[in-house]
Design a protein around this ligand. Structure first.
Ligand SMILES: *Cc1c(COP(=O)(O)O)cnc(C)c1O
Length: 221
């Protein structure tokens, strides 16, 4: 099936409040253009240099999401245009994003990535680290005003065990709701980024508002 057909099938089954990020990492610009011509405007990449290259070549009404792990020293390359950074997993990184956003006279939207999977290898904050960052931002509003924390992101364990995946997504949703109810940090989180090709229907059941789908649109990598 074509990229346009894949997109259409996925969009047809997404609740309207769920945003689709088309994960185009490793795919050529011609594939992305096929998705663009089918109406897709949000693309997710996991390497900064690759995202910059594609941004340069493609129409400027695209919203580019950085979904991968971000090295602090590379933030400057995407700061002029990135629309949402999903994988913020340290205060040091958030401070650098703020600094580069100031240089570009922008405010950059960010998601804090939580570690919800069983695997050791997946990046992300634990709940204590999350609290620390939220409180830091709360107490340094002036200094941090070029970043906006708009939600949370997480990746479930790579497993066939649906109960396990559901447990992890539910945990993330619980933390999301808890933060929104907190009086001590008055931030309004709107975005809950969870779900990929293999698990997005379950993620949506568990409260996802943003799914990151690659191989089901563009084919295997
Ligand atoms: C690659 C990737 C995806 C998309 O994975 P698919 O299984 O191809 O849908 C989603 N999120 C992150 C963080 C990724 O790196």
């Amino acid at each position: 099936m074509s990229i346009a057909q894949n997109l259409q099938n996925i969009q047809a089954n997404l609740p309207h409040e769920v945003t689709l990020v088309a994960v185009s990492k490793t795919k050529p610009v011609s594939d992305l253009m096929e998705a663009y011509n089918a109406g897709q405007r949000i693309f997710g990449e996991n390497k900064i240099q690759e995202m910059v290259d594609k941004w340069e070549q493609m129409p400027k009404d695209i919203k580019w999401h950085m979904i991968g792990h971000v090295q602090t020293n590379k933030v400057k390359y995407m700061a002029p245009f990135v629309n949402l950074i999903h994988g913020v997993d340290s205060l040091k990184l958030l401070k650098e994003i703020n600094k580069q956003a100031i240089k570009n006279n922008r405010t950059i939207d960010c998601l804090l990535q939580l570690h919800i999977a069983e695997e050791e290898t997946k990046f992300g904050l634990d709940e204590n680290e999350l609290d620390e960052i939220l409180h830091f931002v709360q107490n340094n509003k002036e200094g941090m005003k070029n970043v906006r924390i708009v939600g949370l992101m997480g990746m479930a364990t790579f497993t066939d065990n649906q109960d396990q995946i559901k447990k992890e997504f539910t945990l993330l949703k619980t933390i999301f709701d808890k933060i929104n109810a907190l009086d001590s940090v008055n931030c309004q989180l709107n975005v809950l980024s969870m779900g990929m090709s293999g698990d997005y229907p379950l993620a949506i059941e568990c409260g996802s508002t943003m799914v990151r789908i690659g191989s089901s649109i563009f084919g295997g990598r």
